[in-house]
Design a protein. Structure first.
Length: 334
C-alpha cells in the first residue's frame, strides 16, 4: 500500500517575513509606544528651544526692568519675577525628562517589548512565520535602540545648547547630577542600558508587571551606582597650599583638609581656608599648628573624560546584557 502525501497549498503556507517586513511588523505592533516616544521628544525639545530663545530673553529683560526699579528703591528685594520662575520650571522639567528617561524605557521594555509578547503568545506566533527567535529579538531591540538613540541625542544637544547659553540664569554647575546626565552621551548610554535590562527582565520573568518592576529596580541600581562612583572614574586633581583654599569657582570639590606639623593629614577640616591673603593664611596656619592645606577636586575640563568613561562603562554593560539575553533566549527555545 502506497502512502499518499498531500502538499499544503501555497496559499495556506505562512509567507516568510523579510527583515524589512519584520521591522514594519514591530513598528505596527508597538505603534502606541512610538507615538508616545515621538510626542515626548517633541514636547521636551520644544521646551528646550523655548528656554534657549524666548524664555532666556524674557528673563534677561525682566532682570533689567527689576534692576532699573531697584535702583530707585532702596527697599527693593531680589525676588525673581514670573518669567524667571517659568523659565526655571521649564528648564528643570526638560532636564528631568532626560534624566528619568531610562526608567521609562526600562518599564516599557520589561513590560511590553518582551514579557507581554511572550505572555500573550505573540512572540511564539512570530516564530512560526519563518522568523527565528534570534532574529525576532534582534528586531525587537534594534528598532527601539535606533529610535531611543536618535531622540535622546537630539534632547542632549538641545539641553547643552540651552544650559551653555543660560548658565547665568540657571545657576547650575556642570557636575550636578541632573546637569551632568543631561549634557552628554551618558544619557544615551543609560537609556540603551535600560532597554537591554528591560528585555532581559521580560525574557526571564515572562510576566508583564513583575518584569516591569525588575527592570526598573535594576535600572535604579545602575543609575545610583553611577552617581556614587562617578567622581572616581577619572583621576582627580590634588593641590596644596594657597591653591587649596582658592579652588576654581566651577570646580567639583571632592575632599579638603589640613596637614599638621606632625605630618598627619586631616580631611574635611575647614581651618584657614577662608583667608583672603597669603599673609593671613600663613598667620592662621602657624597659630593652628598647620603646616599645609590640601584639596582634591575635578576641574571643569574633566567633564568630557568623566562623560566618556561612564558612557563606555554603560555601553559595555549594555553589550553584556544583550549577549546574556540572546543566550537565555537560545537556551529556552532550543
Amino acid at each position: 500500500m502506497t502512502a499518499v502525501t498531500t502538499a499544503r497549498p501555497l496559499a495556506e503556507r505562512p509567507s516568510p517575513l523579510t527583515p524589512r517586513g519584520t521591522v514594519w511588523a514591530a513598528l505596527r505592533l508597538h505603534g502606541a509606544a512610538l507615538v508616545i516616544w515621538v510626542a515626548l521628544v517633541a514636547v521636551t525639545a520644544a521646551g528646550l528651544l523655548w528656554a534657549y530663545g524666548l524664555g532666556a530673553d524674557a528673563v534677561r529683560a525682566e532682570e533689567q526692568r527689576l534692576s532699573a526699579s531697584c535702583a530707585m528703591d532702596s527697599f527693593c528685594g531680589d525676588t525673581p519675577g514670573a518669567a524667571s520662575f517659568f523659565y526655571e520650571a521649564v528648564a528643570q522639567l526638560a532636564a528631568y525628562a532626560i534624566v528619568y528617561l531610562p526608567y521609562i524605557v526600562a518599564a516599557w521594555a520589561g513590560a511590553t517589548l518582551v514579557a507581554r509578547e511572550l505572555e500573550s503568545g505573540t512572540a511564539q506566533l512570530a516564530w512560526t512565520q519563518s522568523v527565528s527567535p534570534a532574529r525576532w529579538l534582534a528586531t525587537q531591540l534594534a528598532v527601539p535602540a535606533a529610535l531611543i538613540t536618535a531622540g535622546t541625542t537630539v534632547l542632549v544637544l538641545l539641553h547643552r545648547l540651552m544650559w551653555a547659553d543660560g548658565r547665568d540664569l540657571l545657576y547650575q554647575d556642570w557636575y550636578e547630577t541632573d546637569v551632568f546626565r543631561s549634557n552628554g552621551p551618558v544619557a544615551v548610554g543609560s537609556a540603551l542600558c535600560a532597554l537591554a535590562v528591560g528585555a532581559l527582565a521580560g525574557l526571564l520573568v515572562r510576566r508583564t508587571l513583575p518584569a516591569l518592576g525588575l527592570a526598573v529596580a535594576v535600572t535604579l541600581a545602575v543609575q545610583t551606582l553611577g552617581d556614587l562612583y562617578r567622581a572616581s572614574l577619572w583621576p582627580a586633581v590634588t593641590v596644596t597650599g594657597a591653591a587649596a583654599s582658592n579652588l576654581p569657582a566651577d570646580a567639583a570639590q571632592l575632599e579638603h583638609g589640613v596637614i599638621l606639623t606632625s605630618g598627619e593629614r586631616i580631611g574635611n577640616n575647614l581651618a584657614c581656608v577662608d583667608n583672603d591673603t597669603a599673609a593671613d593664611l600663613t598667620r592662621c596656619m602657624s597659630k593652628s599648628g598647620i603646616s599645609d592645606l590640601w584639596a582634591t577636586y575635578h576641574p571643569s575640563s574633566h567633564f568630557w573624560p568623566l562623560q566618556l568613561t561612564e558612557s563606555a562603562i554603560l555601553l559595555t554593560l549594555t553589550a553584556l546584557v544583550v549577549f546574556l539575553t540572546f543566550r537565555v533566549l537560545k537556551r529556552r527555545t532550543a
